[in-house]
Design a protein around this ligand. Structure first.
Ligand code: V47
Ligand code: SF4
Length: 382
């Protein structure tokens, strides 16, 4: 966007967009433009009164300050060891209780290694392993899996196990969180994904996922991961029974941990989808609300380097749109091994995009595709 006349026009339009706002919103705009952190109250003000145009424009300023036009993606594939799960999250369309395990799947170590081998000739850099919490797949089963993957392909970055899976496997093996993290790191674990965070507030958690690890446990596991020198991501499941206050509280707790450790790479807001689960009566929020969510996250989470839109859940067109509302990362070239969203009614039933597809999708909206590894080192600019 280098034409001087166009730039001046946009600057005037943005200025008048800010001037027409309440004093509170104008103060927030000034802070964000000066690179200052906004408070929880100010975050709430954005959720309550910030129009899509207003928050979008501010978020884009932050996003371009951090990353210019770059949009990151990586070449990865998923392994989902099982969908059998001891927990009963009401929003989950994917899991099956152990008593009904014949309706689900349970992969053996050899079957999972066969998935890894399918990618032998492909330049993937990451395997993302995540699934249900199976009572018989214990810490040492996963130690063997990590070791087998590393023995086969040592350069593959293993991003594996949500804090929910880790909490269960550590407790069952009677090891402390710190000890468990060390055991998995020694076996080859490189980072952990951001799942299982949902909404940290206890009352909301009691309504949607009462029986799994609570906020303190989730945060303690990520803290231990960071202190071992590994990185992680953080998610937030939004757009169901929570209020704006709960979203701000969730993001604030993540921001505080990040101030201490700097171990998070990416924040990933996940839109609640209501297909095939116990919460099908809860309506889904609009696309405008999704984009406002991304934008406010980009403004509020000032110490998170990246904001990810998970395209299999959002769909390709909406993922493109999100790139103007603070998002700088659209995950990877996942193939159809990921089922957690397709089973809940997400846009993409068989999510797969080739690198050419992803590059074209990003270029079509005037941004610059950058292939990255898990830790955001640039591998190739397109
Ligand atoms: O924690 C489950 C979510 C998460 C539904 O770290 C749902 O790179 C919406 O965390 N509607 C697991 N969401 C997936 C996850 C993830 C995904 C992509 C990348 C990364 C990363 C992490 O999926 C769960 C839950 O919040 N989920 N059911 C649903 N009906
Ligand atoms: Fe199990 Fe995860 Fe589904 Fe909850 S969201 S029931 S922990 S698979």
């Amino acid at each position: 966007m280098s034409h001087p006349y166009l730039c001046a026009m946009i600057a005037t339009a943005v200025e008048s967009l800010y001037k027409d706002q309440s004093e509170a919103l104008q103060n927030i705009a000034e802070k964000v433009q000066n690179g200052e952190r906004i408070s929880e109250e100010e975050g709430l003000e954005l959720f309550r009164h910030g129009s899509l145009g207003f928050v979008g424009s501010l978020a884009n300023t932050v996003r371009e300050r951090l990353h210019g036009d770059a949009v990151f993606f990586n070449r990865n594939f998923h392994i989902e060891p099982t969908n059998v799960c001891v927990f009963s999250c009401h929003f989950c369309a994917y899991s099956r209780l152990y008593a009904h395990r014949e309706e689900g799947w349970e992969l053996s170590l050899d079957q999972m290694l066969d998935i890894v081998k399918k990618y032998d000739d492909q330049p993937v850099t990451e395997v993302h392993i995540v699934g249900g919490v199976h009572p018989k797949m214990n810490l040492y089963f996963f130690v063997d899996l990590l070791k087998a993957i590393k023995a086969h392909r040592s350069d593959l970055h293993i991003k594996a196990f949500t804090a929910v899976e880790l909490d269960y496997m550590f407790r069952k093996a009677k090891v402390s969180v710190e000890e468990g993290v060390r055991i998995l790191k020694e076996a080859g674990l490189n980072s952990i994904p951001g799942g299982g965070a949902e909404i940290f507030d206890d009352e909301v958690r009691a309504k949607i996922c009462a029986d799994k690890v609570d906020a303190e446990g989730w945060l303690a596991i990520h803290e231990a991961i960071h202190y071992e020198g590994l990185h992680s991501n953080a998610t937030m499941l939004y757009g169901h029974v929570e209020e704006f206050e709960h979203r701000i509280n969730h993001m604030s707790r993540l921001r505080q941990l990040q101030d201490r450790t700097s171990g998070f790479n990416t924040f990933i807001p996940l839109k609640f989808r209501n297909g095939g689960n116990d919460m099908s009566h809860v309506p889904e929020v609009s696309l405008v609300e999704d984009l406002r969510m991304y934008a406010i996250a980009r403004i509020f989470m000032d110490n998170f380097p990246h904001l990810k839109a998970y395209w299999p859940m959002l769909g390709r067109k909406n993922a493109q749109l999100s790139l103007s509302f603070g998002v700088d990362d659209i995950d990877g070239t996942i193939d159809d091994t990921t089922k957690i969203y397709s089973m809940a009614g997400a846009e993409e039933q068989n999510p797969a995009m080739t690198t050419d597809d992803i590059v074209a999708l990003i270029k079509q909206v005037g941004r610059k595709p950058v292939e990255r590894d898990t830790l955001y080192n640039a591998i190739k600019e397109y």
